[in-house]
Design a binder for this molecule. Structure first.
Ligand code: MN
Ligand code: MN
Length: 263
């Protein structure tokens, strides 16, 4: 059950209202990476979760996000308020001024309505936790940009609080995922096709006149990786050396339904 206490999780203060900035803040109210999306994503994941320990985590953070929604909503409201009666302020966002009376609505900074399409809920706990880690990283970076776009001291204080909590959540989700003890590449139950899974398809050109200098790193080199050139690149690379030369991998492609590298 939910309760409401008429006290903010973090007291907000705005020294100089800035309607344009209030509009930007709506991104964290009703936007894709905003607080309502976070609250709903974690709470609904929690509702579906059968692991009692991680269900508790999801419900704790989901509920905290509702408190963040309230903080960022109050902050946005303080910035948007002048739009209600000032034509000048209202020009910052006619939708909020005329239809909303200078109040917050569940929309993003472009006026698009909030949608449940923002939510990532798969019913697979480790997959959901990964989505949550990414969601927290996105929320963090949006708050950081908002902080850079205002000089209002009270606003910066509140945003710094909200931004910090996203890193806290990110850490909790990361630890929760680690503590499940799963190989990070083990998703679901059906194993991937053994050889295919280690083939790195070099499908875009590298540097050099013939695109022959590919970028290599741990994402495509060592650790069992097999570097497989796209068929078109084999021609290009032989052009670069002036003669047909063997490329790094010329193994016969796997064949079968849905397999690539057959032509
Ligand atoms: Mn939050
Ligand atoms: Mn969060």
């Amino acid at each position: 059950m939910y309760h409401h206490i008429k006290k903010l999780m973090y007291t907000v203060r705005v020294d100089t209202p800035d309607p344009r900035f209030g509009n930007m803040l709506l991104e964290q109210f009703g936007g894709a990476n905003g607080e309502l999306a976070a609250a709903m994503q974690y709470s609904i994941q929690g509702l579906n979760c059968e692991d009692p320990a991680r269900k508790d985590l999801l419900m704790d953070i989901g509920t905290e996000e509702l408190s963040h929604l309230e903080v960022v909503g109050n902050l946005a409201r303080l910035h948007l308020k002048p739009m209600k009666n000032s034509r000048n302020a209202g020009e910052a966002d006619p939708l909020i001024a005329i239809a909303g009376g200078g109040g917050v609505g569940l929309m993003n900074s472009m006026g698009d309505p909030w949608t449940a399409d923002y939510l990532k809920i798969t019913g697979e706990l480790d997959v959901d936790l990964r989505s949550n880690i990414a969601a927290e990283a996105r929320a963090k970076i949006v708050y950081e940009r908002l902080i850079k776009f205002t000089e209002d001291k009270g606003t910066i204080d509140a945003l710094q609080f909200l931004m910090t909590r996203e890193i806290t959540h990110m850490k909790a989700f990361m630890r929760a995922l680690d503590s499940m003890g799963k190989d990070p590449l083990q998703i679901g139950q059906i194993p991937p096709t053994p050889e295919l899974v280690n083939q790195y398809f070099n499908d875009s050109t590298g540097d050099g006149d013939f695109g022959e200098h590919d970028m290599r790193g741990p994402w495509n080199n060592g650790d069992g990786w097999e570097f497989v050139d796209a068929p078109a690149f084999r021609e290009m690379k032989s052009g670069a050396s002036g003669a047909r030369r063997p490329v790094e991998s010329e193994r016969e492609p796997l064949s079968g339904p849905g397999m690539r590298r057959t032509g």
